[in-house]
Write a protein that binds this ligand. Sequence first.
Ligand SMILES: Nc1nc2c(ncn2[C@@H]2O[C@H](COP(=O)(O)OP(=O)(O)OP(=O)(O)O)[C@@H](O)[C@H]2O)c(=O)[nH]1
Length: 167
Amino acid sequence: MSRKKAVKGKGGSNTPSSSPNSDKEKGKKVPAQSNGVVHPSRPSLSSSGEFYDIAFKVMLVGDSGVGKTCLLVRFKDGAFLAGSFISTVGIDFRNKVLSIDGVRVKLQIWDTAGQERFRSVTHAYYRDAHALLLLYDVTNKASFDNIKYRTAEVQQQQQMCILIQHF
Ligand SMILES: Nc1nc2c(ncn2[C@@H]2O[C@H](COP(=O)(O)OP(=O)(O)OP(=O)(O)O)[C@@H](O)[C@H]2O)c(=O)[nH]1
């Protein structure tokens, strides 16, 4: 399986303003609350053809090589990307619709490049995210130490942060 990664996200715009709220721009009646959570009056249709009731933008954040892409692919497709490590360039995203207590929840999960040289690019996407998943590798102390710097960045945004230990 090819693990080619690209600056542009799959199947959608990759501008920082791209978010679940982008459906509003397509003329749909999708009222949004002040916190950016979308509550459509009727189900919306995701780019993958699945209907959803509510949408959230989630960011995967952490050092290069901590396993962000592998975690996302595992969650989305149930597969593990074994083999040679190809570092993410820029940013990419995948959508997944889950049914939780009868509500169809669309997660738009953004996979950010962990390399320092992409930090200014990826940081621009944090702004309208609902949650940030901060990953570190338990075998790499520096990746844990660096979390606090990344946390300092996101604390300014007042978003939900979840720390994930990757083995
Ligand atoms: N042992 C082990 N290796 C893993 C795990 N998850 C990922 N890896 C390996 O770690 C390497 C990096 O994984 P990626 O998911 O590409 O890392 P990343 O955080 O997306 O890295 P960047 O794209 O550079 O930000 C790959 O060689 C994976 O095979 C895990 O849970 N356990």
